[in-house]
Design a protein around this ligand. Structure first.
Ligand code: LMR
Length: 394
């Protein structure tokens, strides 16, 4: 049987991680996978998460199963974190999932059950695992223009023109904030326009929010999903706690299916629980429990928000440092977009050959589409990267 298996295409981001690890050069710089690193290149356990872990060690007296959809306490804190008071709890069916990827996968499976003909519309470009999972599930997909490589901003006109081709009932996958891989994001008024457009075209938003708190702050970053939740008859949200709680390997995510009509919630809830049962039974609980403890405890929450704000501030400062260094070297405003983008990533606009050249000459690792993780930089590596960008003729 196994001899019939075919080798699968390598994931660009994960193969880059392996190539970086194998590079013996000490001065190498990892701007690949989306993991936050501090100035020493470490990905620390956040203080509040560590404190919650200590408390949990004392108070946890069972490892027995939670609910099939996870712990309702986790659903509740995440609903408040992401949606504030945009919708009532009764309008939301929720299931804890193994990470944000798990939430995306479960959301897609729900769409496949409910509307197998629906096309999933993806931004061009998007996180490569989006089309990969959709293809694996055999679902129809299409792309809408998103990134304008000339301005390095959002091609909003192109986006709406392309989405005008969608048929009622199609699903539009949107990045809630901190677009991955481009770093270019919708403004509040563009979110409002998108909401009106989706509603008038009867399109269903599916929001992937994996970087809340990394862009303009916890509330500002949730503007889009909150506005959609208030205005759309139905929507899905896949949320990840990997980045903003730094619990990457704990696999902590949540799928929410939101309906204006609360009468639909019991069926939605039964469906997401059923999907969990089919795929992995009970979702992992450890990370979800830590997140719940942090968000429910005023002291832990305050400390978590402070650390998250520091992380956000350091990424903004690295953006500014890189943009300034490039302004100096090129005597132009060509790279000012780096300071305007938000989140961990920006797409630099380099060709694959230039990306390769920067890897060979300066040991700089970024994804071949020239996505760079700004959080992988520090004060020492900013000038190295700026030199490499100029030397490669980007
Ligand atoms: C990324 O885009 O680098 C992260 O979301 C990690 C991953 O799984 O790809």
């Amino acid at each position: 049987m196994f001899e019939t298996l075919k080798a699968q295409p390598a994931d660009k981001i994960l193969s880059l991680m392996a190539a970086y690890r194998a590079d013996p050069r000490v001065e190498k710089v990892d701007l690949g996978v989306g993991v936050y690193k501090d100035a020493d290149g470490k990905t620390p356990v956040m203080r509040a998460v560590k404190a919650a872990e200590k408390q949990l060690w004392d108070i946890e007296d069972t490892k027995s199963y939670t609910g099939l959809a996870g712990d309702v306490g986790f659903h509740d804190v995440m609903r408040r974190l992401i949606l504030a008071d945009a919708v009532a709890a009764e309008q939301i069916a929720a299931a804890a999932t193994p990470g944000g990827t798990g939430a995306i996968r479960q959301g897609l499976e729900l769409i496949k059950m409910a509307a197998p003909q629906a096309t999933i519309w993806l931004s061009a470009p998007t996180w490569p695992n989006h089309p990969s999972i959709i293809k694996y599930l055999g679902m129809p997909m299409a792309e809408y223009r998103y990134f304008d490589s000339a301005t390095r901003g959002v091609d909003f006109g192109g986006m709406l023109t392309d989405l005008d081709q969608a048929k009622p009932g199609d699903v539009v996958l949107l990045h809630g904030c901190c677009h991955n891989p481009t770093g270019a994001n919708l403004t509040a008024s563009q979110w409002q326009e998108v909401a009106d457009f989706l509603k008038s075209k009867q399109l269903i938003p599916f929001v992937d929010i994996a970087y809340q708190g990394f862009g303009d702050g916890l509330d500002a970053d949730a503007y889009g999903p909150r506005h959609l939740a208030k205005t759309q008859p139905e929507m899905l949200i896949a949320a990840s706690c990997s980045k903003n709680f730094g619990v990457y390997r704990e696999r902590t995510g949540l799928l929410m299916a939101i309906s204006q009509d609360p009468a639909k919630t019991p069926l939605n809830q039964g469906t997401v629980a059923f999907l969990n049962r089919q795929n992995y039974s009970f979702p992992p609980d450890h990370g979800a429990r830590l997140v719940t403890m942090v968000l429910n405890d005023e002291t832990l929450r305050t400390d978590w928000q402070k650390e998250l704000e520091d992380i956000r501030g350091s990424m903004l400062s690295l953006r500014q440092q890189l943009s300034d260094a490039l302004r100096k070297r090129t005597n132009s405003d060509k790279f000012d977009f780096l300071a305007q983008h938000r989140g961990m990533f920006s797409r630099l606009g380099a060709t694959e050959a230039q990306v390769e050249q920067m890897r060979e000459s300066h040991g700089i690792y970024m994804v071949s589409d020239s996505r760079l993780n700004l959080a992988g930089l520090n004060a020492q590596s900013v000038p190295i990267l700026a030199d490499a960008i100029v030397a490669a003729g980007v």
